[in-house]
Design a protein around this ligand. Structure first.
Ligand SMILES: Cc1cc2nc3c(=O)[nH]c(=O)nc-3n(C[C@H](O)[C@H](O)[C@H](O)COP(=O)(O)OP(=O)(O)OC[C@H]3O[C@@H](n4cnc5c(N)ncnc54)[C@H](O)[C@@H]3O)c2cc1C
Length: 328
């Protein structure tokens, strides 16, 4: 295990923002991941797991404790099947102008035979989706174009189109706070929109087992390419949406055509194009904050504060963060 000190983290975040890690290590296998977690616990250091850094705002001052960059990459197609019942979560995707392309692409997954696939938590989803589809395994195509690892997806309950990660997760291997490696079922994570117990438990996900299908590879590939192209137009030097979409109650109260946070920031708060330092709310997608080059976490936090204050003053809304701030 090669534990380094004072390693710059900005390079490992899609935002390209953030100071150094006090301690830093890369884990390429599940055993290395367990070893790193155990080392940090023995030294009573905080643990920060970094997947692809596409949802993490790293403080300019850096992070105390051990940052573990998760590069585990195992993908295993299992023989057995196991059924779990996905939680019912409100639909999150509702366009102001419905896109017929999206409806046209949908197909009935349930008529295809299930197959279990076990993915290490460091697996990079965009690559895995095309890899699995080429083997005739479908289901994850709805998440195409999202720069997530399996661990990051499990943490936030990733959402793409009308699908949630929890629609597919059956069980996961974790290392818990007491350093016990165990397998836990879907229900353990208490999933909801942008919610999982991982946000408070301190568990580290080692792998996730998903129920996918031996489905229509060509259709799935079409969907994967559609979403990949659509998402490639979003600002990439970002963390995706900064805030969560509105709840159905909030949407109703404000009589909005969509719960989309981008719509709210653009059409209700008129904040598109607002810039602080090198961080701005891009014209392309008002739900995002983009780093124009050299932005700092402090500038991003100021922009976040500004949006939250306006939303509160003008609409009485408390906007919740979708991103994860690592602020020590
Ligand atoms: C251009 C762009 C588009 C995006 N579009 C979407 C979208 O459509 N839908 C969506 O849901 N998100 C979207 N996102 C946000 C982001 O990609 C997701 O939240 C993703 O799940 C983050 O994965 P990651 O591996 O980068 O996580 P990271 O940013 O590395 O980590 C996020 C959090 O998860 C924790 N974590 C990571 N791995 C583990 C693990 N193994 N065990 C325990 N905790 C762990 C981290 O400690 C951190 O707290 C987008 C981001 C960008 C930049």
């Amino acid at each position: 295990m090669n534990i380094q000190k004072n390693v710059a983290l900005a390079q490992y975040s899609t935002f390209r923002i953030g100071g150094p890690a006090q301690y830093f290590v890369e884990a390429k296998t599940k055993n290395e991941l367990i070893e790193a977690v155990t080392w940090a616990r023995q030294h009573e250091l905080p643990i920060h797991i970094l997947g692809n850094g596409s949802n993490t705002l790293i403080a300019d001052q850096g992070v105390k404790g051990l940052v573990i960059r998760n590069l585990t990459s195992g993908v295993e197609i299992l023989d057995q099947t196991k059924v779990s019942v996905a939680p019912k979560i409100r639909p999150r995707f509702q366009l102001v102008r419905p896109d017929p392309n999206i409806d046209d692409l949908a197909y009935d997954e349930s008529k295809y035979p299930p197959v279990l696939v076990k993915l290490d938590s460091g697996v990079y989803l965009p690559k895995a989706i095309f890899g699995l589809t080429s083997q005739g395994i479908t289901g994850l195509e709805w998440f195409s174009g999202i720069p997530a690892t399996v661990g990051g997806a499990t943490y936030i309950n990733l959402h793409g189109a009308n699908k949630y990660w929890s629609d597919y997760l059956v069980e996961a291997e974790i290392i818990d706070q007491k350093n016990r490696v165990k397998t836990v079922a879907l229900e353990y994570f208490g999933y909801d929109y942008d919610q999982s117990t991982l946000k408070t438990s301190g568990d580290v996900v080692l792998s996730a087992t998903l129920q996918l299908r031996r489905g229509p590879a060509e259709e799935a590939l079409k969907i994967a390419k559609f979403w990949q192209a659509k998402k490639s137009h979003q600002p990439q030097r970002s963390l995706g949406c900064i805030f969560q979409n509105l709840s159905q109650t909030e949407q109703k109260q404000l009589n909005l055509p969509t719960p989309s946070i981008g719509y709210l920031i653009d059409k209700q708060l008129n904040l598109k194009g607002t810039q602080i330092g090198q961080a701005w709310i891009p014209q392309k997608h008002a739900g995002f904050v983009e780093n124009l080059g050299g932005a700092t976490a402090t500038q991003v936090l100021q922009l976040i504060k500004l949006v939250q204050t306006k939303a509160k003053e003008q609409l009485g809304l408390d906007l919740k963060l979708e991103i994860v701030p690592w602020l020590n």
